[in-house]
Design a protein around this ligand. Sequence first.
Ligand code: NAD
Length: 356
Amino acid sequence: MKIFVVSEKNDNRVAVTPDIAKKFVDLEHEVHVAVDAGMNAGFSNVEYEKAGAMLCPADSGVKNADVVFSINFQKLQYEPGTILITSQVIDLTFCEEQKLTVLALDRMPRTTRAQYMDILSSQASLAGYKAMIEASHEINRAIPLMMTTAGTIPAARVLVIGAGVAGLQAIATAKRLGAVVSAFDVRTSAKEQVQSLGAKFIEVDAGEKIDGVYAKEMSEEYKKAQEKRLREILPSQDIVITTAQIPGKKAPLIIKADMIETMKQGAVVIDLAAKSGGNCEITVSDKVVEKNGVKVIGFENILNLIPYDASKLYAKNIFAFFELLMSKMKIQPDITRIDDDILKATLVTHNGSKVN
Ligand code: NAD
């Protein structure tokens, strides 16, 4: 297969890193990489060449490719029938018009078998870590309990809202830094995971429970109970990291503007759900909004601050995904007829025809 790796726009990551490019080359694929595609993530053109990849301008790379790898959806001049493996489809009509076969990795099922290929999990994990590190830079105080001859500094209090992949990593990072951490989530299974990291799980007693891995919009009764509990907790917190998302929907609004006013001067809120509308009412993407001395920071793409590792994990995920695709296509070349839950879920169009 002729593979082409695009240069991302407004994103410091790259879909294929040199070590993974080498793995593709070892499997006898021809790898073409857009010039400087890895530069912002910390991977030089020379590293790709050493890995056996060829550098080329974007136009010629796309034109000659059987498979194109990207992180963000890009409207390039693809050849009809090209397989595009990307994180998300933004324009379905474009895929139809260009007769593309598109596999969108944000549609990966949340199953054990899919874990190695799950870009949402790998990227969310790094996002959660980085959110806590950013918060520690923005806060005007120390995080751990410190006993000094001049007195004792109490540990900072961190609240994590949404204890999924990003939230759990934020909790683990906050614990490593020495914070007193609490968290809450609408899913019952999150409780044990939060507690196993040494954090306190905040219960919201509203009778509604969600089993499994997919959250949903909660009832008005639950929302009221959650808000009441949050109003009790927020004034004591130094850092709040929000990560709450509902698959396929706008992020739930959890911190209202007037709740920010009850927080300590100097407190920091990091809203990782900014891209899908934000968990905090006053969040503005990629801006620091200050209200009553509280900083609310919404990151559109916090992974831009940790592109090296984010690219490494993304590349490993897509290598595993591509291996699965190739192994199945050897037996059944018609991709629409492959009986595999992962491929079925991620296949959006086949030669321009809508599949999923
Ligand atoms: P996500 O990014 O969709 O949402 C983040 C968290 O926000 C979730 O835990 C969700 O329950 C929570 N949330 C939603 N509404 C909320 C509200 N109103 N208040 C508080 N919290 C709210 O989820 P995610 O991080 O991708 O994963 C969620 C779960 O799925 C985790 O347990 C994760 O381990 C699991 N998962 C499994 C796989 C797999 O097995 N391949 C892949 C991805 C996720």
